[in-house]
Design a protein around this ligand. Structure first.
Ligand SMILES: *[C@@H]1O[C@H](CO)[C@@H](O)[C@H](O)[C@H]1NC(C)=O
Ligand SMILES: *[C@@H]1O[C@H](CO)[C@@H](O)[C@H](O)[C@H]1NC(C)=O
Length: 300
């Protein structure tokens, strides 16, 4: 009986062991999930890169590595024995959040973000028998200062208004509009990038007395984020040469010329009437000679 049952029993044992092996192989396969779409974080600020397993297996006995595949750098590695290794360039700036490692989640916090932290990150889970990874993209942003508007006279032709704003990343766009929402073309525009990647922007428009005096300068970031706007109304007093000085001068000149013509006509008439009388002619000549320094006109 015993002998007869043995072969049967060992066959059953073998198939049970095989089944367990297959089940184990199925159970350790997993997928790595990261947030869809790029993440955005402020330059100089902090970001949390999350990454987890599906199904939610424990990752305690796995190796979990955050790295920069494009740069060939390891950022932060968790080893199966529970120790961690921090990448050279990330020393003192990263932390793994291990509180949910039992459910397969290991987020990475990076602080004091610099432009070199921008780009792709690979999150890689590795068990004894299986591995999987996922990539996420980090974008950095910096919102600049409120635009400052600087007004000055422009080559006797009008007034130039310069819009200044510092501290942008990525490169922002500058847009000038008048009160009718018409877009104005700047006379000049400058975007200076400093060594740390930050942009300073300066844009100048020129307006004349006949232009719409209400202007807005809008800086919009090169990535999703709030705009910065400044507005100004240029008063007439900014056009002194044209409005309060040139027009009166022109009127005075015209009046002066009319006076001169009158005097010449009067002199001619007097000269004709008293043509024969040499004495009166002499009188008139003296009169005109006296007048000469004031009028700038010689005797007829
Ligand atoms: C991170 O920035 C803070 C100021 O926000 C500074 O005090 C600290 O020294 C910086 N740490 C590193 C590692 O650069
Ligand atoms: C940008 O502006 C800031 C603040 O006004 C200044 O400190 C910095 O030197 C400027 N950078 C460049 C490249 O002009």
């Amino acid at each position: 009986m015993l002998g007869a049952r043995r072969p049967h029993s060992s066959a059953a044992l073998l198939s049970t062991v095989l089944l367990l092996h297959i089940q184990a192989a199925v159970a350790v396969s997993f997928q790595v999930l990261v947030p869809a779409g790029p993440l955005s974080a402020p330059l100089g600020g902090t970001v949390l890169l999350s990454c987890h397993l599906s199904p939610a297996l424990s990752a305690q006995a796995m190796q979990v590595k955050w790295s920069r595949p494009q740069l060939g750098q390891d950022v932060h590695v968790y080893l199966p024995d529970g120790t961690e290794v921090q990448g050279e360039r990330y020393r003192g700036r990263t932390e793994l959040l291990r509180d949910r490692i039992q459910s397969g989640s290991l987020a990475l916090r990076i602080w004091n973000l610099t432009l070199r932290d921008e780009g792709r990150y690979l999150c890689d889970f590795q068990s004894d028998t299986y591995f999987s990874d996922a990539t996420l993209e980090l974008h950095l942003t910096s919102s600049g200062s409120d635009p400052l508007l600087d007004v000055s006279l422009y080559k006797d032709q009008g007034v130039s208004v310069t819009c200044l704003s510092a501290g942008w990343y990525p490169e922002p766009n500058v847009l000038w509009r008048n009160s009718h929402q018409k877009i104005l073309t700047p006379e000049s525009e400058q975007k200076l990038q400093s060594d740390d990647g930050i942009f300073n922007v300066s844009s100048t428009v020129v307006i004349t007395e006949s232009s719409d005096p209400a202007l807005t300068c809008t800086l919009s970031p090169g990535s999703p984020g709030p705009e910065k706007v400044s507005a100004i109304v240029i008063s007439d007093t900014f056009f002194p040469r044209v409005s309060s000085w040139r027009v009166p001068l022109f009127v005075i000149l015209v009046i002066l010329m009319i006076c001169v013509c009158f005097l010449i006509l009067a002199a001619l008439c007097l000269w004709r009437i008293h043509k024969e009388k040499g004495a009166i002619y002499t009188e008139l000549s003296t009169f005109l000679l006296h007048l000469q320094p004031f009028m700038g006109v010689g005797p007829c």
